[in-house]
Design a protein around this ligand. Structure first.
Ligand code: PLP
Length: 417
């Protein structure tokens, strides 16, 4: 291989973004007469044809309720559902498929841990330690334990949006029942040093939950290498369907936890006096699950792993750097969240226009961004803002998308100045 070829970035060498875009039918449309520029993947990703087809195929040919049918169609649907679980297991490098619990989304997975891991032997004054950059889904479930005396402790962040690690370490105490931190912050894009966080907490015997809702689609995740006790994510941000999420938990942790919800499918036997529960993970999956969504999630995992998480990460890193440089040239624009380790997310404000006005005007140019607090109100307020505009990058975005964003933002500035 020539040195010139070796010097090529991974994205340029192995990632054909225009070919990738063709896989996403929703991107092939115009909004207000302009080609859609979709920069809201952090909220929810668009779906490739293979995901749409995988779900449609189940519904057309292989649909029946699972786990309880003696007939062939039900057994086929069960096999497809459980094959999706095995795909998630391999994707996260979990030790066993028993460690993969299907939920509705990351939010439900967090609530499951709050109610089934933290609540049962919670003593007043026990603490859950989070960071100052969390999504509401990693704040509110812990606040719901306040009635049992749980104290929510928040490790502070810098003006750049980085976790202050010495402060975090100081806040670990003998009352800390759980550390629950985001891997990637949805409003700021900060990548947290999760390996170090786990190391610091485990040194004190404290378990760790990683909120990987913004991580699994951008960063290769290996739960055994990072050694977290729990990890959560949502299918819809990983180019999969909505209505399906994942709780990974170390088997010993899950085995020791009571069920989250009761009903069919999670039991071995039921009498009016006593119910015996299934083994993990089924103990946590009461009722009919999102069968076709699980299959769709399996297809999404095959899709991103087929492209290669490293290649996706390299492509997105190039694009984030390109976008950051370009946005910083716009007069009166301030990037919110300037951590050294960032991915995918570019939050910003303009001194001449409110984020909602920016979002509305960009939509007229066919550009979809998110505006507001991004379900991370405390983080946005900590950095001195009431709201921001947020462009977020997915594997299908291009430099042309960023150029369209910049041109449109310049028109907004011209209009308001
Ligand atoms: N955690 C993070 C970091 C997120 O970005 C989100 C969604 O934006 C969630 C949790 C909640 O995800 P869901 O709404 O799919 O449950």
């Amino acid at each position: 291989m020539s040195s010139q070829a070796r010097a090529q970035p991974v994205a340029a060498a192995g990632f054909d973004v225009l070919k990738v875009r063709a896989d996403f039918p929703c991107l092939q449309q115009e909004i207000h007469g302009r080609p859609l520029v979709f920069l809201d993947t952090a909220a929810s990703a668009q779906k490739p044809n293979v995901v749409i087809e995988a779900q449609a195929d189940v519904l057309r040919h292989s649909y029946a309720n699972i786990h309880r049918g003696v007939y062939s169609l039900s057994q086929r649907a069960t096999e497809l559902h459980e094959a999706a679980r095995a795909r998630v297991q391999r994707f996260l490098n979990a030790a066993s498929h028993r460690e993969i619990v299907f939920t509705r989304n990351a939010t439900e997975a967090l609530n499951l841990v709050a109610q089934s891991f933290v609540r049962p032997d919670l003593r007043p004054g026990d603490e859950v330690l989070i960071t100052g950059m969390e999504h509401h889904a990693n704040i509110v479930p812990w606040q719901l334990l306040a009635d049992a005396g749980l104290k929510l402790v928040v490790a502070p962040i810098s003006d750049a949006g980085e976790l202050l690690l010495p402060e975090f370490e100081r806040l670990l105490s003998e009352r800390t029942r759980l550390v629950s931190v985001t891997w990637v912050a949805n409003a700021l894009g900060t990548i947290n040093p999760v390996e170090r966080i786990v190391e610091l907490a485990h040194a004190r015997g404290i378990p760790v939950l990683l909120d990987a809702a913004q991580a699994v689609q951008h960063i290769p995740v290996d739960v055994q290498a990072v050694d977290c006790d729990f990890l959560v994510f949502s299918g819809h941000k990983l180019y999969g369907p909505s209505g399906i999420g994942v709780l990974y938990g170390k088997a010993a942790r899950l085995e020791a936890m009571p069920p989250y919800q009761g009903g069919g499918d999670m039991i071995l036997s039921v009498s009016y006096a006593h119910t015996e529960f299934q083994d993990i993970p089924h103990k946590f999956e009461a009722g009919t699950p999102a069968i076709e969504a699980a299959v769709g999630l399996g297809a999404a995992i095959d899709y991103v792993t087929g492209l290669g998480l490293d290649a996706i990460a390299a492509h997105e890193a190039d694009l984030l750097a390109y976008a950051t440089r370009a946005l910083q040239q716009i007069p009166g624009l301030q990037v919110v969240g300037t951590a050294r380790e960032k991915c995918s997310v570019l939050s910003f404000v303009l001194d001449c226009a409110h984020p909602h006005d920016i979002g509305t005007l960009l939509d007229l140019d066919g550009i979809a961004i998110r505006t507001g607090q991004h379900c991370a109100q405390p983080a946005i307020e900590r950095l001195g803002h009431h709201a921001t505009a947020r462009a977020s990058i997915g594997l299908y975005n291009t430099e042309a998308d960023i150029d369209a964003l910049v041109a449109s933002l310049r028109r907004v500035v011209a209009m308001f100045s």
